[in-house]
Design a protein around this ligand. Structure first.
Ligand SMILES: NC(=O)c1ccc[n+]([C@@H]2O[C@H](COP(=O)([O-])OP(=O)(O)OC[C@H]3O[C@@H](n4cnc5c(N)ncnc54)[C@H](OP(=O)(O)O)[C@@H]3O)[C@@H](O)[C@H]2O)c1
Length: 232
């Protein structure tokens, strides 16, 4: 597929675009956009339409995390997280889905997380944002699957990206031997191709995702404190 790459750092997008074009013989369009701004989703889709592009598969990947105690939480940043991880994902999903329904085909992959399945202490806002992504996307999967539109939620466990460096715990993914990006993306695309409502990447992560079903939510919430409890 040709791609439209969206993020804030244009130089990263341009480098990735060149790499993908050379490797796969596709065309990449670059849109530099800050998705934390109000109406960012609507404006992004308008820009894509202005370039004459029809979106056949949308991947809502942009997102960030926050690890901090309540006392140290920057409330403004927490609201920004909800804007990017929840509000703009909702805006983009609904607007794109309407067009796909009209066409009778299309797909959306939304990125949840292994924390979509349980509350996580010191990561409460982020984990709740990802629970929203899973529940919202699964509802749309059920509603749209008979109308030619597939909505799949990819739920990665710890993955080696910039995520934890941005979230306040640099080096976490390396220390936890997180999965590599290619493995996670492959799991997401395979699940999408099969029309699945969600997939957890990796069987250990899958088992962890079941914890909240077998233990009480209170138990997993208390257990989660040990993961990110601040030292000192
Ligand atoms: N890594 C993990 O362990 C892990 C686990 C579960 C789920 N996830 C989820 O996976 C998704 C991808 O994260 P990642 O691991 O690849 O982290 P990452 O390396 O930090 O990438 C985040 C991406 O989102 C973009 N982004 C962030 N804020 C944005 C904004 N305001 N406007 C536009 N783009 C923005 C970033 O580009 P710019 O900074 O250039 O804007 C970057 O491309 C996220 O939804 C994350 O929650 C990650």
């Amino acid at each position: 597929m040709h791609c439209v790459l969206v993020a804030r750092r244009e130089h990263h997008l341009r480098a990735l675009g060149r790499e993908l074009e050379a490797a796969h013989g596709i065309r990449c369009e670059i849109v530099s956009a800050d998705l934390s701004k109000p109406n960012a989703g609507r404006e992004l889709l308008a820009e894509v339409a202005r370039r004459g592009i029809v979106v056949e598969l949308m991947v809502n990947n942009a997102g960030f995390g926050m690890v901090s105690s309540v006392e140290q939480t920057d409330v403004g940043r927490a609201l920004e997280l909800i804007q990017v991880n929840v509000a703009v994902l909702t805006e983009l999903t609904l607007l794109a889905a309407k067009e796909m329904i009209d066409r009778g085909h299309g797909g959306i992959i939304n990125i949840g997380s292994i924390v979509s399945f349980q509350p996580v202490g010191y990561m409460g806002v982020y984990a709740a944002s990802k629970a929203y992504v899973l529940h919202f996307s699964e509802a749309l999967w059920a509603e749209l699957r008979a109308r030619g539109v597939t909505v799949t939620t990819l739920c990665p466990g710890t993955t080696r990206t910039e995520f934890f460096d941005q979230s306040g715990v640099p080096g976490w993914a390396e220390r936890r031997h997180g999965q590599d990006v290619q493995t996670v993306v492959r799991a997401g695309l395979d699940a999408f191709d099969c029309g699945r409502h969600y997939v957890v990447s990796g069987w250990i992560n899958y088992l962890v995702s079941l914890a909240a079903r077998f233990a009480t939510r209170a138990a997993v919430a208390k257990w989660s404190l040990s993961i990110f409890r601040p030292h000192g």
